[in-house]
Design a protein around this ligand. Structure first.
Ligand SMILES: [Zn+2]
Length: 298
């Protein structure tokens, strides 16, 4: 009698074990399905990295990161946007080597496999630039110096460099903001002008050159230099005629970004502003049929 009970108990334990294995397998499969579905989305996410810029783009299974903010916070933000099994960034863009754009990129290079980096190539002796170059060398990352006209084909669009207008490789500049690598992203028929910290004078030159042609009637313009009054000229606003403007800046930052003048300017054009400081990460999720959704943290 006692042996029979013990045999029944053993059987029950095995049944329970088998059931729990099945449950784990089912949940793993459902997570995989969820990710393979989400992989089909095209996403442009303005990551909430405080005072700085970090823009993550996914087109099918290609991942792009433009700037990385001033800290390692970008790692956690990226992990929320990318599938957990994907640790490869196909293309990384450093708009310029200021800390609020490039420190996070260095952190990403340490932890992710980065296949290619692009930058203007201006001469930089900062410690940050030395670290950037050291990691690129150590990991054997493909590095390219770019200027207007360079294009990268994505599964469902392209990333076109529109600034600097001429090559700046090996040049020394007084103000790195003005040598920002500016790109026009087109994805599933929508376009985004990503301006780094470019100022008004070069925005005007960009418009004169008509290099941003692909970004006319943009879905979104990332306001230059975190909404500084020295960026977001009327010329660039009218040229890109965006449906939305994104301001990537930290809450209560010491620079007073975004400046009152810029907020007023966009409101005169009745262009809505979306700020990372207020909304957290701002995602444009682009569907195959040309529709889109904006999803923010708050
Ligand atoms: Zn900046």
């Amino acid at each position: 009698m006692h042996e029979q009970k013990s045999a029944q108990k053993t059987k029950l334990i095995w049944v329970l074990k088998a059931l729990s294995i099945l449950l784990i397998a089912a949940s793993v499969i459902s997570v995989m399905i969820a990710y393979s579905r989400s992989k089909k989305d095209a996403v442009v996410a303005f990551l909430d990295v405080g005072q700085g810029d970090a823009i993550y783009i996914r087109s099918s299974d290609t991942d792009i990161l433009i700037d990385g903010g001033a800290t390692a916070d970008v790692i956690e933000k990226l992990s929320k946007e990318m599938p957990f099994f994907d640790k490869t960034i196909e293309l990384m863009v450093m708009t310029h080597a200021d800390a609020d754009h490039a420190v996070g990129l260095v952190e990403v290079m340490k932890r992710y496999e980065v296949l290619k980096v692009i930058e203007s190539g201006i001469t930089c002796h900062k410690e940050l630039c030395q670290e950037w170059e050291r990691i690129i060398d150590e990991k054997g990352i493909d590095r390219e110096f770019v200027y207007a006209g360079k294009e990268y084909v994505l599964p469902e669009g392209r990333l076109t460099v529109v600034h600097p207008i001429v090559s700046h490789a090996g040049m020394t500049v007084d103000d790195m903001n003005e040598a920002s690598v500016v790109t026009c992203l087109t994805l599933r028929g929508k376009s985004f002008l990503l301006t780094g910290d470019l100022g008004v004078e070069n925005e005007r030159k960009l418009v004169e050159q008509d290099n941003g042609g692909l970004c006319m009637d943009a879905l979104a313009l990332k306001a230059g230099h975190h909404g500084s009054k020295h960026s977001s000229s009327e010329e660039i606003i009218e040229y890109t005629n965006p449906e939305y403007t994104i301001i990537s800046a930290g809450k209560d930052n010491s620079f007073g970004h975004p400046h009152y003048e810029v907020i007023t300017r966009f409101s005169e054009y009745t262009i809505p502003l979306i700020e990372t400081a207020k909304s957290g990460t701002i995602r444009f999720v682009l569907a195959e049929d040309g529709s889109y959704e904006i999803k923010t943290d708050r």
